[in-house]
Design a protein around this ligand. Structure first.
Ligand SMILES: Cc1ncc(COP(=O)(O)O)c(C=O)c1O
Length: 454
């Protein structure tokens, strides 16, 4: 209940229409409403003609108004909307702190970089330490490991769930292993409660990449609440969007401070832009070999980045946040319709939710059985010809890509399924912009192809 209130509050923030609203602004917003009606795509679904996108954002008039209103204010750098979003989103994700970033990739970079901070003392990750991950991944789940001089240890994934099992990860733990960094693939949670237990047993950090999984739960709890840190993406393909954007969440106040510092140039000070002296000690610190009283605003305790977002992104984010539960429900509905429609169709390995999970799906993943009398590319070509968009399961086997060929790594077990995914797996869309008619056309097309070729 409390959360609903907060989300409602967040949505209201988007449009500030009191009786005192500036008359020019009211006029502009009125025109925006009309413009929105003009450009709203009209027309019926035409099978084979209308594009069925594999991913996409759904925007309404409130999004357009929120963006225009924020633009009129000309406060472009992140400000009150960004902070508002962080506090509402942290509650929604059941974490104490949320830090917005300019992408999910930046969120992953911050999460892993935070684990290397000197502020963690002996617990910090050092160059050469190992982080267990998967090779059937989105590249920027793995890249921060390499970018921090750490060594990725790759394990295979299961077909159907497209996640590694806890056993696969347990077998990969060696004397230099210090962390686990895995994504909830296409919104399907890995066995995250058990993975957190494994991590605790071996004193490993656990980072959950929840970029594809906002709204997914495991044992009734949101993903992202089991590990030390979690990350989210707000790119348009994801569950809600800011155009570009991401977020790092944690309930550790120490990790939160480190993430914030790394995101904001590496500075030690935590004042918001425009604020000064919130610690009441701005000119009283002595840090490093700086003279006593050096302005805390300009003291740097990390070798940081600037990965912040703008207020326009936050305005869109707040508007989208009020709709995200409906978006997730539509994704689940579309996934179920595809799953039921394709049940029993030969030569396909259908996706499976991890036991005890309720995924908020990013996509509907299909693997063509290696014994099928056709290959995945033929099926993909057939669907694409019918304007049914498809996407690969991200990179397939990352280790086969030029960027990763010469990078230090360890592989535990054989990446048999990961290789199979590279050649036999793809996904179709479940995003909220798809209608039942479209989903039924996807099902009918796949069945038609297989009936003709099977
Ligand atoms: C699992 C996963 N992690 C990270 C990212 C990166 O997010 P962004 O595109 O916002 O950088 C993506 C992007 O799709 C992703 O699927």
């Amino acid at each position: 209940m409390r959360l609903e209130l907060l989300v409602a509050d967040a949505v209201e923030w988007c449009i500030d229409e009191g009786p005192e609203m500036n008359e020019h602004k009211a006029l502009i917003l009125d025109e925006v409403r009309k413009y929105h009606a003009d450009v709203e795509p009209a027309g019926d679904f035409e099978p084979g003609v209308t594009e069925i996108w594999p991913t996409g954002a759904v925007h309404d008039v409130a999004d357009r108004l929120a963006l225009v209103e924020a633009a009129l204010e000309l406060r472009v750098a992140g400000g009150s909307r960004a902070r508002k979003f962080e506090s509402v989103f942290a509650r929604k994700m059941k974490r104490r702190k949320a830090h917005l970033t300019n992408s999910g990739s930046s969120a992953n970079l911050l999460a892993i970089s935070a684990l290397t901070s000197h502020r963690l003392e002996d617990a910090r990750l050092r160059p050469g330490d190992e982080v267990i991950t998967v090779a059937a991944a989105f590249p920027t789940t793995v890249n921060p490991i390499l970018q921090n001089g750490l060594v990725p240890v790759y394990v295979d994934v299961e077909l159907g769930t497209y996640n590694p099992t806890v056993d696969m990860v347990a077998r990969a733990i060696g004397p230099k292993t210090r962390a686990i960094m895995i994504a909830h693939t296409v919104g399907n949670p890995f066995a995250v409660a058990e993975m957190a237990e494994l991590a605790a047993e071996h004193e490993l950090f656990l980072v959950e990449d929840s970029c594809d999984a906002v709204g997914s739960t495991y044992d009734g709890e949101p993903v992202g609440t089991f590990g030390d840190l979690t990350t989210v993406s707000f790119y348009p393909a994801h569950h809600m969007t800011m155009g570009e954007g991401g977020c790092v969440l944690t309930s550790s106040l120490l990790l939160s401070r480190i993430v914030e510092s790394l995101r904001d140039w590496g500075r030690d000070c935590w004042c918001e832009p425009g604020e000064s002296n919130t610690c009441l000690k701005r000119f009283s610190y002595q840090m490093g070999t700086l003279p006593h009283g050096y302005d805390h605003k300009y003291i740097y305790s990390h070798v940081g980045y600037n990965l912040k977002i703008t207020e326009l992104q936050a305005a869109l984010g707040l508007s989208q946040l009020g709709k995200v539960d409906d978006f997730c429900a539509a994704r689940r509905h579309n996934w179920r319709r595809l799953r039921e429609g394709l049940e029993g169709v030969p030569y396909l390995i259908l996706p499976e939710a991890t036991p005890r999970s309720d995924p908020s799906w990013y996509g509907f993943v299909l693997t063509v059985d290696p014994g099928a009398p056709f290959d995945a590319k033929e099926l993909v070509d057939f669907l694409e010809d019918r304007k049914i968009g498809t996407r690969r399961l991200f990179a397939g086997n990352l280790l086969r890509h030029p960027a990763y060929l010469d990078r230090e790594h360890r592989v535990v077990g054989e990446l048999v399924n990961t290789d199979l995914i590279t050649t036999h797996t793809f996904h179709v869309g479940v995003y909220p912009g798809l209608t039942d008619q479209m989903i039924d056309y996807v099902v009918a097309s796949i069945k038609e192809f297989i009936a003709a070729r099977g």
